[in-house]
Design a protein around this ligand. Structure first.
Ligand SMILES: [Zn+2]
Length: 322
């Protein structure tokens, strides 16, 4: 109850801010109008912020218990594949060390990282998911979130925020405070949706072309039927500036795909979108498949992976009187 109230308070604060939290720009335009609110995009850094409508209601739980199995069936193999690449990329910087995965879900990254020799700890807000990751898989996972991560003792060599920042009402303060948990040569790894990815662009174009009538593709991207929907979508400029502003130096960026093309049936089931007819489903799946393929050719991926290190004091960021 208390936590829910707190979330509503912060959602309200998010809603009332008028300048861009990343670049302080004041020019923005509305790019989407949905049942649960609207999305504004900063004209300077292209950050998209979702403004939740007053009184909009959200379901209580992030994971519907019946759908946990489906969620794992779809995301498990997909995430293990993307996290295998991620661990390889990390090892170009750090061979081993202490890993903190905030919002670790079923612990797919922890599994891959532990196998590669890292010492791992995961925090996950969902009790049911913690039980699966810890009790069934024997992973070092505790119930917790970004706020509890800030209170952990000791320092971590790698902190991962995979698909987490977009859910937080004020991710920019969290990024800054997390620095206190990162070792001096540590790596902060963030994975966020890319508003300039091809699937995102096509979804916005379709919404615009239909005079805001076609809303469900954007509702899927924003996860508006989840109690913790996406409140932000980032451009590469926006996430780079957010990290720099929070006191980090970006050292590596790459793009990755957002859907598992060979399991689109499952993805649609996860997104509660099985109510349409079979022909529509096939049409949508083929559309997504083409968009993602073309996105790969032209390098417009729908997810961005960024590595950042704490800025050194002489990196040029001197607050106030120098
Ligand atoms: Zn901005």
């Amino acid at each position: 109850m208390g936590r829910r109230f707190a979330q509503q308070q912060t959602l309200q604060a998010h809603q009332d801010s008028s300048s861009c939290p990343v670049c302080d720009g004041v020019r923005h335009r509305t790019v989407a109008a949905l049942d649960r609110g609207h999305a504004d995009q900063c004209l300077t850094c292209r950050l998209v912020s979702f403004q939740v409508k007053k009184g909009a209601s959200f379901p209580e739980r992030y994971y519907d218990p019946i759908e946990l199995g489906l969620f794992e069936e779809y995301y498990g193999p997909f995430r293990r594949r993307t996290f295998t690449r991620l661990v390889k990329e990390i090892q170009r910087f750090l061979q081993t060390g202490r890993v903190l995965d905030i919002g670790c879900s079923f612990g797919w990254f922890l599994e891959v990282a532990a196998k590669a020799g890292f010492e791992v700890l995961g925090l996950e807000p969902s009790k049911e998911v913690v039980a699966i990751a810890r009790d069934k898989r024997g992973l070092n996972v505790r119930e917790g979130d970004v706020a509890s991560a800030e209170e952990l003792p000791g320092l971590y060599d790698i902190i991962l925020l995979a698909n987490v920042l977009e859910h937080l009402p004020n991710p920019f303060d969290n990024l800054r405070r997390l620095q206190s948990r990162l070792a001096a040569n540590g790596l902060l790894v963030v994975i966020v949706p890319n508003v300039d990815g091809l699937i995102h662009r096509l979804t916005y174009w379709a919404h615009w072309l239909s005079a805001n009538k076609l809303t469900w593709p954007l509702e899927v991207l924003f996860q508006t039927d989840s109690p913790s929907m996406h409140l932000y979508q980032f451009s590469e400029t926006a996430i780079r500036r957010a990290l720099t502003k929070a006191g980090y130096r970006v050292v590596h960026v790459y793009g990755q795909e957002v859907v598992e093309i060979d399991a689109l049936d499952l993805r649609q089931a996860v997104a509660h979108r099985m109510r349409r007819n079979r022909l529509a489903d096939i049409f949508i799946q083929e559309g997504v498949r083409c968009a993602q393929l073309v996105g790969r050719w032209v390098g417009r991926y729908d997810e961005l992976v960024l590595f950042a290190t704490p800025q050194e004091p002489d990196d040029g960021r001197q607050d106030g009187h120098g």
